[in-house]
Design a protein around this ligand. Structure first.
Ligand SMILES: Cc1ncc(C[n+]2csc(CCOP(=O)(O)OP(=O)(O)O)c2C)c(N)n1
Ligand SMILES: [Mg+2]
Length: 265
């Protein structure tokens, strides 16, 4: 019988502090989290002034999820980044000025003014522009990982996605194919307790971390507010991927501190 574990009561398992981070790396982690927070606060002000068109989504309070994980990713790897994961773009080297230009729809933004706050990624830096249908970035990452494996390349793909995505068919298809083919892909489930206004206990009856075992690969539950734990879990998942041992599901337990999207007032 299924265990009712949907309502997260805090992480059951947290990766150990990393021996692979120097004091300078820890300062860098903090710096990127502060940069993400500051940039999003600035962008939110611009949005309220009507200077950012469209909708505005932020990762306020979730900085460690993207920053910690992306810090473990190398230049040859590929990143499928979602709407609350600005830190990953920053770690890959996208400048704050370009991010703000992107949000404001300016020509010196990443998409040269063709999109705003969500669908962008500088492919020269390894970042793939977000697909809006959730969680299709899981399939994009899985496909890239398959190409890496077929070409015999030592690299991996990583993707982030929300708790809401785990109820979609695409989630299962990506997990299954990655497992069957033993693909070098890292799935980061950003569990911020809500999908729009839907809480966890109305989304699933079993904690999605348990689904990894159902498909035949490891799942690790991490304190998503701990950048070091996120780094270490991702570093280990990348090692597995490059060793040919297949995918890993990392569940980052965090909390959405703001509404789903910003309000104009
Ligand atoms: C297939 C699909 N259905 C609906 C949407 C609209 N939508 C955008 S974000 C979102 C909520 C997603 O929740 P979650 O996956 O938990 O991510 P979070 O916003 O909490 O980070 C929805 C329903 C979408 N983009 N794709
Ligand atoms: Mg969510």
């Amino acid at each position: 019988m299924a265990t009712k574990t949907a309502r997260a009561e805090g992480p059951e398992e947290t990766a150990a502090a990393s021996e692979h981070l120097s004091p300078g790396d820890r300062v860098a982690l903090l710096r990127y989290m502060l940069l993400m927070r500051g940039l999003e606060e600035r962008a939110m002000n611009l949005y309220r002034q009507g200077k950012v068109p469209g909708s505005f989504y932020d990762g306020y309070g979730q900085e460690a999820v993207s920053v910690g994980a992306a810090f473990a990713i190398s230049a040859e790897d590929r990143l499928c980044i979602l709407h609350r994961d600005l830190g990953a773009h920053l770690i890959k080297g996208v400048s704050p000025t370009r991010i703000l230009s992107q949000y404001m729809g300016r020509r010196d933004g990443i998409t040269n003014g063709r999109d705003g706050n969500v669908h962008f990624g500088d492919h020269k830096l390894g970042c793939v522009g977000m697909v809006s249908m959730l969680p299709d970035m899981m399939l994009v990452a899985t496909g890239m990982a398959m190409a890496f494996k077929m070409r015999g390349e030592r690299r991996c793909a990583i993707t982030w996605f929300g708790d809401g995505s785990t109820s979609r068919g695409d989630f299962h298809e990506a997990m299954n194919w990655a497992a069957v083919q033993q693909l070098p892909v890292i799935f980061v489930l950003e569990n911020n307790q809500y999908a729009y206004s839907t809480p966890l206990d109305q989304q699933f009856a079993v904690d999605p971390i348990e689904r990894a075992a159902g498909y035949g690969f490891p799942g690790v539950k991490v304190d998503g507010n701990d950048a070091e734990a996120m780094f270490e879990a991702t570093r280990q998942a990348r090692e597995r991927a490059l060793a040919g041992d297949g995918p890993t599901l990392i569940e980052a337990v965090t909390m959405r501190m703001h509404g789903h999207a910003a309000m104009t007032t």
